[in-house]
Ligand binder design. Structure first.
Ligand code: 13P
Length: 250
């Protein structure tokens, strides 16, 4: 049985003071709502320690948005998996399309990061998704399967239960344009089939698939009805506690 995961990706928003004020409001709403879904916040590095303390004892999970694949070294500006373990993060986003586009993330670096995160007991949220030109050309399956096969190379069935794959069509991120339920259904079923072909049917059935791209309180219910969708990766609507709780508990 796959537990629903609603993960907020704060991107480069919020100071620590703002993060703590969100946490105060959200943890109360989360408790009052008796939420059944697992909720996670993937915050900027500088907010992680403060949020870890603020979420202690609430069941709300914590995630980073990136990690380096080396343990340590002369990599100015980077953060290692061991540093994230020390803080106690549960999840780390890997290869978000913004990192692929603006920061040179490749399938090769994504693959190294996945191996490292599993080695440290942190669950990766691997992002895949196609650009509009590829969707318009009917190439979305080809793009997504290419990403999955390279990003997941060398991983085995034992990794599947703690792996999360987020399908985020780039044309639906921050645009207000959500993929239709039919589009999400078709590509997420395809992602499941691809995962089963990589990990075997039993393991492939265990990993969680999230949809991301303009998820809001108003569209989460129909997204969660889709068979192979186990939750959502939420950008803008995760920044306000009163909005995010309506997605965690529609
Ligand atoms: P929005 O929900 O703001 O479209 O962002 C989606 C996203 O990129 C989550 O990782």
């Amino acid at each position: 049985m796959r537990k629903t995961l609603i993960a907020g990706n704060w991107k480069m928003f919020k100071t620590t003071a703002e993060a703590l004020s969100f946490a105060e409001a959200f943890k109360k709403l989360y408790k009052d709502a008796g939420a059944e879904a697992e909720a996670a916040i993937c915050a900027p590095f500088t907010q992680l320690s403060a949020l870890k303390g603020a979420f202690a004892g609430t069941g709300i999970k914590l995630g980073a948005q990136n990690v380096h694949f080396e343990e340590q070294g002369a990599f100015t500006g980077e953060v290692s998996p061991g540093m994230l373990v020390e803080i106690g993060v549960d999840y780390t986003i890997v290869a978000h399309s913004e990192r692929r586009e603006y920061f040179g993330e490749t399938d090769e670096t994504a693959n190294k990061k996945l191996h490292k995160l599993f080695g440290h007991g942190i669950s990766p949220i691997l992002c895949v998704g196609e650009k509009l030109e590829h969707r318009d050309a009917g190439m979305e399956q080809e793009i997504v399967s290419g990403q999955l096969r390279k990003d997941l190379e060398g991983l085995g069935a034992g990794h599947a239960a703690s792996l999360v794959i987020a399908y985020e069509p780039i044309w639906a991120i921050g645009t207000g344009r959500t993929a239709t339920p039919e589009q999400v259904d078709s590509i997420c079923a395809f992602i499941r089939r691809t995962a089963c072909s990589i990990f075997g049917d039993e393991a492939g059935a265990q990993l969680r698939i999230l949809y991301g791209g303009s998820v809001k309180p108003g569209n989460i219910a129909e997204i969660l009805e889709i068979e192979d969708v186990d939750g959502a990766l939420v950008g803008g609507a995760s920044l306000v506690a009163e909005d995010f709780i309506k997605i965690v508990r529609p």
